[in-house]
Every structure is written in structure tokens, then in C-alpha cells.
Ligand binder design. Structure first.
Ligand code: NCD
Length: 309
């Protein structure tokens, strides 16, 4: 049984298979309408979510399967003091596959050791978010037609933003990728990532403090929200929250074929005026999240050709 805890749990070939399957689902959704008949997905969300949980649920429903679960820790036995391990052990008796989000780093990994069904990490604290990364990769692939030879700017909260951590790791395996990491000093990527991905002989990256200084070099701009819930102190959040705001004035200097991604939710970091620019991909990206999760569920349940095993 395979789980998906870290984006590196998937090989580049497996990601390629998921992208192709997602493309086929987009082209011929009817072919897959009953593919998961009688299968159940449980969504265990100990932390708030809109897109991730609902796109997982929509994905399973569009595959003809059913969904069960909870959308906040308050409505689960966690409030009675039940451990994550026990909750998952029990839910894996009811569901064929489980998507789980938890505020503590490592909780889905621990759950995977106890579960009798495959676990998908739907976000663990400030650590990883592999299915957002699959969504991002599908979006880059569909928008750009390639996953190699590009400069990707990640902007905002690179310290606590788990989507950035997972994206950097996953993209580090494609040829000729250069990262520009744009953040205030306090919100730079964690040291372990600097060592793992950008260490000696690793990927090339440039550090920047101002989006204006580098925006003209970017093929992809990945904007992120400052992760309020992970700050120790509200005053620091307030000081840093509006460091970067992408607006049409800033975009004047960007490439004509720039792709602007954002995992969403956005707070202030992209002005609404940018939404109508063809370079804004974030709502298409949210839709891609459903298709790649359909591909992932099919594959992890062994219902796709060339499945993970
Ligand atoms: C992200 C997350 O939960 O990490 N949201 C999402 O899943 N699309 C990004 C965020 O909350 O800022």
C-alpha cells in the first residue's frame, strides 16, 4: 500500500503519468464517471480548508464514489482527546482512501503508519502539501507546455508556506529550473530546504527582497499569503502581511507570457484588478486541483492503467 505524504514520494515518471491521466479526464470526463463506484473517500480535516477538501470531495463524486468525513477538529473526537493514530485506524475501516489535513507537521506520516487505507497528506502544518504541488505542476504544464527551462519566482511567506516548500522540492527534479525567492528576511525558506534542495551541487537560486527588482525575469510567479495562523505573535503578522501586493503597475514590467499562480486563499497579495489579465492562472489552477485529485485517487486505488504500486 502506498501513501502520499511528501511530494518526493512520487517519481518524476509517476507525476508524468498523473498529468497525462488528468489531461485525459479533462478531455473525456464521461469515461471516468463510474470508475470509483462503491469506493469511499474520507476527508479528515483538523484544520480549515475550502479548495483542498471540496476539490477532493468533488473529485471522488465525479468518479462515481462517495465521501465521508469532517471539516474541523471541533466536530471530531479529537475534542474528547482521541489520538490521530486511533482516529485514522478507525476511519480506515470505513473508507478506501483518506485525505488528511492537520496543523502538526508529521501528523499524516504518523497516521500512515496506523492506517489500513492509503493516506494522502492534504497539508501538515508549515511542512508539505503534495496535492497542491500536483495541482501547481499540472497548471504549469497546461499553461506553459513544459516543466523544464524556466525561472520560477516564489513570493511572500516562504518560511511557513507549505505549498512553496513542496513545489520547490518537486520542481528541483526538472532540467534547467531556476528559482528566485522573494521574501522579507524573516520569511525566508527554512534552512533544511536551503540545504536539501539548494545545497552544494543542487539547484540554483537567487534571493530578492523586492518583487519589482526581479519580476521581468520570471516565467512563473507563485504568490503566497502570509500564514497568519503560524505566527507566534500577531504584531509580526501585521507588520509583514502586506509586504507584497501584485497589481497592474507591477505587472507592466513582467513578461507577456508570465503565468501567475497562487494556491489561494488570497488575502491582499494580488489586487483584484489582476484577475482579468490573461496571465492570472489562479482560478484555472483551482479547477486543475479537482482533475489532478481525480487522477491521484484513481491511481492510488489501483483503478488507473500504470498505477502506483
Ligand atoms: C494553501 C494551504 O492550505 O497551504 N491553500 C490551499 O490548500 N489551496 C495555501 C494557504 O492556505 O495559504
Amino acid at each position: 500500500m502506498r501513501h502520499l505524504i511528501d511530494p518526493m514520494d512520487l517519481s518524476v515518471e509517476e507525476i508524468d503519468g498523473l498529468l497525462k491521466l488528468a489531461d485525459d479526464i479533462i478531455a473525456s470526463p464521461d469515461k471516468y464517471a463510474n470508475a470509483c463506484a462503491r469506493k469511499k473517500l474520507a476527508t479528515l480535516f483538523f484544520e480549515p480548508s475550502t479548495r483542498t477538501r471540496l476539490s477532493f470531495e468533488a473529485a471522488m463524486l465525479e468518479l462515481g464514489g462517495s465521501v465521508l468525513g469532517f471539516s474541523s477538529a471541533d466536530s471530531s473526537s479529537a475534542t474528547k482527546g482521541e489520538s490521530v493514530a486511533d482516529t485514522v485506524k478507525v476511519v480506515s475501516c470505513y473508507a478506501d482512501i483518506i485525505a488528511m489535513r492537520h496543523p502538526k507537521e508529521g501528523a499524516p506520516c504518523l497516521a500512515s503508519m496506523k492506517s489500513d487505507s492509503p493516506i494522502i497528506n492534504a497539508g501538515d502544518g508549515g511542512h508539505n502539501h503534495p496535492t497542491q504541488t500536483l495541482t501547481d505542476i499540472l497548471t504549469i504544464w497546461r499553461e506553459k507546455g513544459r516543466l523544464t527551462d524556466m525561472t520560477i519566482g516564489c513570493c511572500g511567506d516562504l518560511k511557513f508556506g507549505r505549498t512553496v516548500h513542496s513545489l520547490i522540492k518537486a520542481m528541483s527534479r526538472y532540467a534547467n529550473i531556476r528559482f528566485i525567492l522573494i521574501s522579507p528576511e524573516e520569511l525566508e525558506i527554512p534552512d533544511y530546504l536551503k540545504e536539501e534542495v539548494f545545497g552544494e551541487g543542487g539547484l540554483e537560486y537567487i534571493k530578492a527582497r523586492k518583487l519589482d527588482d526581479v519580476i521581468d525575469q520570471l516565467d512563473v510567479l507563485y504568490m503566497t499569503r502570509v500564514q497568519r495562523e503560524r505566527f507566534f505573535n500577531e504584531a509580526d503578522y501585521i507588520r509583514l502581511k502586506d509586504t507584497y501586493i501584485l497589481d497592474m503597475k507591477k505587472l507592466k514590467h513582467a513578461k507577456k507570457d508570465l503565468s501567475i499562480l497562487h494556491p489561494l486563499p488570497r488575502v491582499n497579495e494580488i489586487s483584484v484588478e489582476v484577475d482579468d489579465d490573461p496571465r492570472a492562472c489562479y482560478f484555472r489552477q483551482a479547477l486543475n486541483g479537482k482533475y489532478i485529485r481525480m487522477a491521484l485517487i484513481l491511481t492510488m486505488l489501483g483503478l488507473a492503467k500504470g498505477e502506483m504500486n
